[in-house]
Write a protein that binds this ligand. Sequence first.
Ligand SMILES: *Cc1c(COP(=O)(O)O)cnc(C)c1O
Length: 389
Amino acid sequence: MSTHFETQAIRNQTERSQFSEHSTPLYLTSSFVFDDAEDMRASFAEEKEKNLYSRFSNPNTTEFVDKMVAMEGAESGYAFATGMAAIFSTFGALLNAGDHVVSCRSVFGSTHTLFTKYLPKWNIETSYFKVGEVAAIESLIQPNTKILYAETPTNPAVDILDLALLGTIAKKHNLLLVIDNCFATPYLQNPIKFGADIVIHSATKLIDGQGRVLGGVAVGKADLIREIYLFSRNTGPAMSPFNAWVLSKSLETLSIRVEKHCENALKVATFLEGNPNINVVKYPFLKSHPQYEIAKKQMRLGGNIVAFEVKGGVEAGRNFLNNIKMCSLSANLGDTRSIVTHPASTTHGKLSEADRLEVGISDGLVRVSVGLEHVSDIINDLKQALESI
Ligand SMILES: *Cc1c(COP(=O)(O)O)cnc(C)c1O
């Protein structure tokens, strides 16, 4: 198999059936049959590689996972119903009661809820560092620290963490480095190259890219994925074959979609930078981004998320959203359709202003997931919405 990303995304294919189909069919089956008692015994004993039951594996999920493993340069992987299922199962499988996690404070909202509400049930505590304070990471490490966790770029403020630095710290202190690579996709960034042990994606976002299905995946070192697989096959967060079939097809166009998303996003960010109604624009590949040099070092392109702060706080942010005509007001991201959100009044509305600022969310912060419409239509929509806030 070629090692080229585009070829792996297309040609990593489940073996053809007796019908010689060109495109992989949908194996919508909950279980699989055995030739005889011995075949069944040997399959369950894992003496043969065989599909048994779709909670464990299925040809469609295997095809999707094989592609993701190749694209991330990993050894092995497992597919989940959602990104959160992938994150929770990774913690569930790799952490024991009394373990400790060090995480960046700017993580996806539900991930933060796992840290604050659910992991403490098993006596697992988390210590946080801020994006700009990576130097503090080592002081947070305790004898029982097991996982160093981060996402980059972060959601929604598109801050960048230095993956090589995280890799070095994890190695020095013998920690497992777990990276949520959702915003970058495997096309823009491969955390394993920088020392990550496990890479997680919400496939719901750019991997599907068309706003249709939910999905998640964890890829990484074979022994760790084995633990995650065993945890998952017994607790049941598996991806459905249908979603895997959709997502495997989506991967075939990931590279060209992401290229275009990034091209449009850079144009949108450049346009916004000059607008008088905006305080600050954040996009990893704008020179003004505080971690521009790191972004350039570890990402192929800047991604499709642009964050900016409209002048006038919460009210201006809400007005801006009300003025939007074409872009969607929606919670998703990474869709062909451009999506605009105002975190301070929605996803992060329950946080105090101080807590919001800690994760880089000012009251006027707007997040745009730049889609694949003609870029001048996206820019014109944002422009007219800014003119009348
Ligand atoms: C959406 C998202 C998740 C959660 O994924 P779901 O598929 O919605 O469960 C996790 N991390 C990041 C960075 C996300 O954007």
